[in-house]
Design a protein around this ligand. Structure first.
Ligand code: NI
Length: 176
């Protein structure tokens, strides 16, 4: 079922989500709704959707991983790329990031390029996986949602501007 996406202002978006205890029918149904709702988003399209965005207080998210929509349950970060990169390039890359709970707003956010997580698969087994580049960015954004953090909080931390895309033009928005 395609669900309504909550706005970042909704109090449910700033709660810390609970771990999934058992992958039961209810959890499976939420994973299906997350996938369907993510797929249905056009203008703007989305690359990830977390359970709190559809009002479910559980540690689950859906993501578009190189063209494939996948579901991740109970993600825990095992490693994040913090080693000194070669030469003097930063290990973090700045990209314009947005969120389906705040459509048409974007900001240049720094995320780590690689992240290794453990998570629960749909069949209930524990898995470990490393994500890189855009997929790593999505994983970090979605795990933030499960901890009640939205990308605008990260922009404030990094003292970066927020822009609104209006008639194909970027308008800077004042963050208070
Ligand atoms: Ni988001």
């Amino acid at each position: 079922m395609i669900r309504k996406i909550l706005s970042t202002k909704n109090p449910k978006m700033s709660q810390i989500c609970k771990k999934v205890k058992v992958v039961d029918k209810k959890v499976i149904s939420i994973t299906k709704d997350l996938k369907e709702t993510l797929k249905a988003q056009k203008e703007p399209e989305g690359v990830g959707l977390a359970a709190p965005q559809i009002g479910e207080n559980l540690r689950i998210f859906a993501m578009n991983d190189n063209g494939k929509i996948r579901v991740i349950i109970n993600p825990e970060i095992l490693e994040i790329s913090k080693e000194k990169p070669k030469k003097e390039k930063s290990d973090e890359k700045e990209i314009m990031e947005g969120c389906l709970s705040l459509p048409n707003y974007y900001g240049p956010l720094k995320r780590f390029q690689r992240v290794k997580i453990k998570y629960l698969g749909l069949n209930g087994t524990l898995k470990e996986e490393e994500f890189k580049g855009l997929s790593a960015q999505i994983v970090q954004h979605e795990i933030d949602h499960l901890n009640g953090i939205v990308f605008v909080n990260r922009l404030l931390e990094q003292k970066q501007p927020l822009y609104k895309l209006e008639n194909d033009e970027w308008v800077e928005i004042e963050l208070i």
